[in-house]
Design a protein around this ligand. Structure first.
Ligand SMILES: Cc1ncc(COP(=O)(O)O)c(C=O)c1O
Length: 377
């Protein structure tokens, strides 16, 4: 059955930019200029300015962006990199691909973002980076991590894949620490028409290092200073990203309005914990994650009623097969483990309509009440 309310509607986004993008794609096809060139230079400049960072370097995807940022700051095989256990696996993969070790830490129970006290406890002489993740479009507590990182002389790499446009008093995500990585996977707040990503930083030497590493370790043609990789932003993607960047503030504002509306509707529903914005920040609600008991039943009930919901993420990283073993088993990260059983992401996208939200919340209330009455029997 087609969902009456989809989880995400990308078709409406493409429709808004089609008349701008398609002629430019045709020009690119006719010129066969696919790698680099003015569209990529323009987007890098625009995205750096948008984030409030001195430099942006386009790369092939968000996972590469994290790996390249870590390599640029000098993370090497054997190093430890602290990351939250509640994140998409790519954050950890980027560390592992270098041959470094992801060191997981628990998250705070209210917003499920990296817990600074847990970070402090996880520091060792081998720690070479801390990677807070701006999960769900909320600003991670970089302000509280900065003094901890400075005292340990360890740089912070923001994982900004889910939060383009979010801000705190210190500025926009992507400019809050030494260097940041982001993903333009199509479903992100700023999404390409395929895979793409970027690194942002104020430090010119780090931007140069990312650019060189992503071009086979080569700053000048066929001169290879170090072993790099191929990770570049395609011009066809840069054209899409520039068009969408011009609409990002409006689309993020629409997400915030939708989040506020969900909050109002859910205040009348028992048994559903709605999320709140981190104090002093402006989130961009990449995902709208509520918490309910008997979550799997609620998810199935919503699907039966035509509401497409999801879970981000069902398994904390230390319990995935990929990372089982060396990070402690069940019980090692109690906050993330408890949350993983209750979290439920409701449909959230800029073009979500109020009628759709009304329907989602009605069906959610009915499904939660049905589960609660079964529990009482
Ligand atoms: C938090 C987080 N980090 C990293 C990534 C990796 O990005 P990509 O899929 O572009 O490699 C994603 C998204 O997929 C993400 O959500």
């Amino acid at each position: 059955m087609n969902a009456r309310v989809p989880f995400l509607d990308l078709v409406s986004q493409q429709a808004e930019i089609a008349s701008e993008v398609l002629p430019r794609w045709q020009q690119l096809f006719e010129s066969s200029s696919f790698i680099g060139g003015p569209p990529v230079d323009d987007f890098e400049r625009e995205f750096a300015a948008y984030c409030g960072a001195g430099h942006a370097v386009g790369v092939a995807n968000g996972t590469d962006a994290i790996e390249l940022a870590l390599r640029a700051i000098g993370v090497e095989p054997g190093a430890e990199v602290i990351i939250p256990v509640n994140t998409f696996i790519a954050t950890a993969e980027a560390v592992s691909r270098i041959g470094a070790r992801p060191v997981f830490v628990d998250v705070d129970p209210e917003h499920l973002l990296i817990d600074p006290e847990a970070v402090e406890a996880a520091l060792t002489p081998r720690t070479r980076a801390i990677v807070p993740v701006h999960l769900y479009g909320q600003v991670a507590p970089v302000d509280r991590l900065l003094p901890i990182a400075a005292a340990a002389d360890v740089p912070i790499v923001e994982d900004n894949a889910q939060a383009q446009g979010a801000s705190s008093a210190a500025g926009r995500t992507g400019s809050l620490a030494t260097i940041a990585a982001t993903s333009f996977y199509p479903g992100k707040n700023l999404g390409a028409a395929g895979d793409a990503g970027a690194v942002t930083t104020d430090v010119a030497e780090l931007a140069d290092a990312v650019r060189t590493l992503g071009a086979h370790g080569s700053a000048a043609k066929y001169v290879h200073d170090r072993v790099g990789m191929n990770s570049r932003l395609d011009s066809v993607q840069a054209v899409v990203l520039s068009a969408k960047l011009r609409r990002l503030d409006e689309w993020n504002a629409r997400r915030r309005a939708a989040a506020d509306h969900y909050g109002d509707l859910l205040s009348a529903v028992d048994g559903v914990d709605a999320p709140s914005a981190v104090a002093g920040t402006t989130p961009v609600w990449h995902l709208y994650v509520v918490q309910v008991d008997e979550r799997d039943g609620v998810l199935a009930g919503l699907a039966e009623r035509g509401v497409s919901a999801a879970i981000h993420y069902p398994t904390p990283l230390h319990l995935t097969d990929a990372y089982a073993g060396s990070h402690g088993g069940r019980g090692a990260f109690p906050v993330a483990e408890a949350a993983a059983d209750r979290i439920l992401s409701l449909p959230m996208f800029p073009h979500l309509e109020r009628g759709q939200q009304q329907y989602v919340v009605e069906q959610l209330a009915a499904t939660v009440a049905r589960g609660a009455s079964k529990l009482r029997v």
